[in-house]
Design a binder for this molecule. Sequence first.
Ligand SMILES: Nc1ncnc2c1ncn2[C@@H]1O[C@H](COP(=O)(O)OP(=O)(O)OP(=O)(O)O)[C@@H](O)[C@H]1O
Ligand code: SF4
Ligand SMILES: [Mg+2]
Length: 338
Amino acid sequence: MKMNTTILEVQNLKKYYKPHGGIFSAFTGKENVIPAVDDVSFYIKEKETMGLVGETGCGKTTIGRTVLKLTPATAGKIIFDNTDITHLSAAQFRPLRKQLQMIFQDLDAALNPKMRIKAILKEALKVHRRLSDAEMDRRISELLEMVNLKKSKLSNFPNELSGGEKRRVGIARTLAVGARFIVADEPTSALDVSIQAQVVNLLRDLQKELSLSYLFISYDLRVVELISHKVAVMYLGQIVEMGMAGRIANAPRHPYTAVLWSSLVEKKSNESIKNAGNPNESQWGVFDFERPSTGCRFAPRCPVYHANGHPTICTDPATSPQLRKLDAAHQVRCHFPL
Ligand SMILES: Nc1ncnc2c1ncn2[C@@H]1O[C@H](COP(=O)(O)OP(=O)(O)OP(=O)(O)O)[C@@H](O)[C@H]1O
Ligand code: SF4
Ligand SMILES: [Mg+2]
């Protein structure tokens, strides 16, 4: 059997933002930066879906935008289909651009409200030079069929569509352009549960039909498990656990993955986890940029750290946990994996 080839490889990717106005650290006197993505490495094979989960602000969208070159990387390497695209200029990147597409998190910002659906799809198809009107209409019918959208919707404006229909248009647009690798950023959020399942199924069918690869971003591990072959769990800019989807969901080894998962399974609100005996609640999901690095970023909220009497190996910057292999297909960043 032919092994699938790697379509996207990311090596030691960093994306640091300068906060607006520039915050200066009282400790170092240097201008602080927000390490939104801090040394992240992974690869995605052809026809494979990698899920990326983590709480709001942990850097998921930033990874997606950086690997698609919508924003420049601070450091690291992005290799697409055996080409190092990290430092390609806009002109050099143009021929590849259409193969790397994004389904944007914000449903409404993603579609131009002043354009009818037909015009939106036509515009996307224009990246392919010189399609005749007849060819254009044929491609549009094909796209509608692929995403199960009624032809009558072509004359509508985006605000006349339901959330699920807008999502389908967004997906059709990436296909029109000719995507091979798609970053799907929270494609099911803001949709009813039944519609969420339809969108997940649609993406899965299209993957099979068109050999697509996805980076599927969501804060919801349940949705990610449904569609992903492998999953990376992020916490404050770093991957803390990565492995096959079933293992991450059923036998998580990082304390954060376990907390994330149990909070969803038990449908606890963030509020109730916050109050579960953690003395540092104020750090929930927020990186304290004013403090020097203190080792494991999850320590203030980590149940294992608290249960073990606060071992210094967890908080000493010199012994920050690194992502290490538990086995060939499972990595974890923790001194005391579950
Ligand atoms: N353009 C920007 N300038 C400065 N800081 C930014 C910028 N974009 C994102 N950030 C910061 O980078 C961090 C990561 O943001 P990002 O949007 O990637 O998170 P996310 O995981 O996608 O969150 P969500 O689940 O809410 O979409 C956050 O602290 C955010 O405030
Ligand atoms: S290294 Fe320590 S603090 Fe960090 S997740 Fe593991 S047990 Fe918790
Ligand atoms: Mg986001």
